[in-house]
Design a protein around this ligand. Structure first.
Ligand SMILES: Cc1ncc(COP(=O)(O)O)c(C=O)c1O
Length: 340
């Protein structure tokens, strides 16, 4: 039985077109800035997202952490929506690398409470000063949820009023743009720096981008190198990234529709799913014993993940349409199976 893998949208394999592009990529040494395919990817990303420049990095984690290094003096705070990936799932890197404190604020459905955010600002000099405001769109732990445009605008106005830089963890920014029916550039506009992943819903095997002002680019390149991300003939990866950026967004509407179908099916089977949180390509279900349930799912040929004490299902490009009803049949069988 072929397993149906719903653990993450990072699991997609490069398409045949990507593999061809990778094989034929023109390359050079990117540490010297001489890889033409990387340079093309960075230029296209900057243009598509409306920021001055872009840097290609191995991971979203590295992109986020380079951003913190760029923005924060040691001992300063970054304010994030609760559950932010850069705080919860980047292994304490803000403390280890930038020497930063992270202050989470309440964020139902990943949408920060702006009054709480305002109250979280620390001007100094008797406290660690606030040095950066961050947003995550879509918000992974909240369910792949989207920040409404008006909240984003109020967030940016608040930052501007306090002369604070802003970082957007847009690992899945194109999913948010698809949900809202706007260009991704509309969601990136106004932020000082933006992370976008190519290796998630967009389907590239490896890679993320950090969008940033031109003036910060030399320092960002220095931090990338320092963190071990100074890669050489990375054009073989950027070639896949170019296709992810141009072709990937077209597939996201389908991923989202599959997630809705999956959520409706899980609800019918009696699982505790919050339909309001199912906005993009993720479905979280609250179950009593997530690990036990995951094991029973695995035995039936469905792979899901345990995230934040819940079970997470993620739809992606490598799924066939008919695998969602089939996954639901297998979930039903897992629910009927006795706990071992
Ligand atoms: C919102 C968000 N930001 C950043 C990352 C980190 O990306 P990477 O796995 O490429 O380090 C992830 C990974 O899932 C994520 O969900």
């Amino acid at each position: 039985m072929r397993p149906i893998d719903l653990r993450s949208d990072t699991l997609t394999r490069p398409t045949p077109a990507m593999r061809r592009a990778m094989a034929e990529a023109e390359v050079g040494d990117d540490v010297y800035g001489e890889d033409p395919t990387v340079n093309r990817l960075e230029a296209l990303a900057a243009e598509m997202l409306g920021l001055e420049s872009a840097l290609f990095l191995p991971t979203g984690t590295m992109a986020n952490q380079v951003a913190l290094l760029l923005h924060l003096p040691r001992g300063a705070e970054v304010v994030v929506p609760e559950g932010a990936h850069l705080y919860e799932y980047e292994l304490g890197a803000p403390a280890l690398l930038a020497g930063a404190l992270v202050r989470p604020v309440p964020a139902p459905y990943g949408v920060p409470d702006l009054e709480a955010l305002q109250g979280a600002l620390r001007p100094g000099p008797f406290q660690a000063p606030t040095g950066l405001l961050a947003l995550e769109n879509t918000h992974n732990l909240a369910g792949g949820t989207v920040v409404p445009l008006e909240v984003q605008e109020a967030f940016l106005r608040l930052a501007q009023a306090h002369r604070l830089p802003t970082h957007l963890d847009g690992a899945r920014l194109f999913n948010a743009a698809t949900f809202l029916g706007v260009e991704a550039a509309r969601l990136a506009r106004g932020f000082t720096t933006v992370t976008v992943s190519l290796s998630k819903g967009l389907g590239a095997p490896v890679g993320s981008l950090l969008l940033l002002p031109k003036a910060l680019l030399p320092e960002a390149r220095r931090y990338r190198k320092l963190l071990g991300g100074g890669w050489r003939q990375a054009g073989v990866l950027a070639a896949a990234g170019l296709l992810a950026l141009t072709e990937g967004p077209k597939h996201l509407e389908r991923d989202h529709a599959l997630a809705r179908t999956l959520a409706q099916g899980l609800l019918r089977l009696g699982l505790e799913v919050d339909p309001q949180a199912v906005q993009t390509n993720m479905v979280y279900a609250r179950v009593k014993d997530p690990q036990g349930f995951l094991a029973r799912l695995r035995a039936q040929g469905v792979l899901a993940g345990a995230v934040g004490g819940r079970v997470r299902f993620v739809t992606h490009r490598d799924l066939r349409d008919e695998e969602i009803p089939e996954a639901l049949r297998r979930v039903e069988a897992a629910l009927q199976a006795k706990a071992p």
